[in-house]
Design a protein around this ligand. Structure first.
Ligand code: ZN
Length: 89
């Protein structure tokens, strides 16, 4: 979703901590298929991009985005839309 690579598997990532598994925290803890071997994006980044593409029009028209705690690869992708003003905090 971020780099567009077609990979068979993602690399393991995250940290094994009981808190994450006890509370079923999505995007936290150790995951077998998390990191893209091509661009280094993690599953949380790709899920965020999926939601942005599917449920917003920030890549398809003029828009303004206020991005808190921006992930560099996600904010770079948003900035690729020349019609989008993005402010990162
Ligand atoms: Zn990638």
């Amino acid at each position: 979703m971020l780099c567009g690579s077609n990979v068979d598997n993602f690399l393991p990532g995250g940290i094994k901590q009981e808190l994450f598994s006890q509370h079923h925290i999505i995007g936290g803890g150790y995951r077998d298929n998390s990191i893209c071997p091509q661009c280094g994006s993690v599953d949380r980044n790709r899920w965020f991009m999926f939601v942005l593409i599917k449920y917003t029009d920030i890549f398809f028209g003029k828009s303004r985005v206020l991005h808190f705690a921006p992930e560099p690869n996600v904010s770079e992708r948003i900035r690729s839309n020349m019609n989008c003003d993005i402010i990162t905090v």
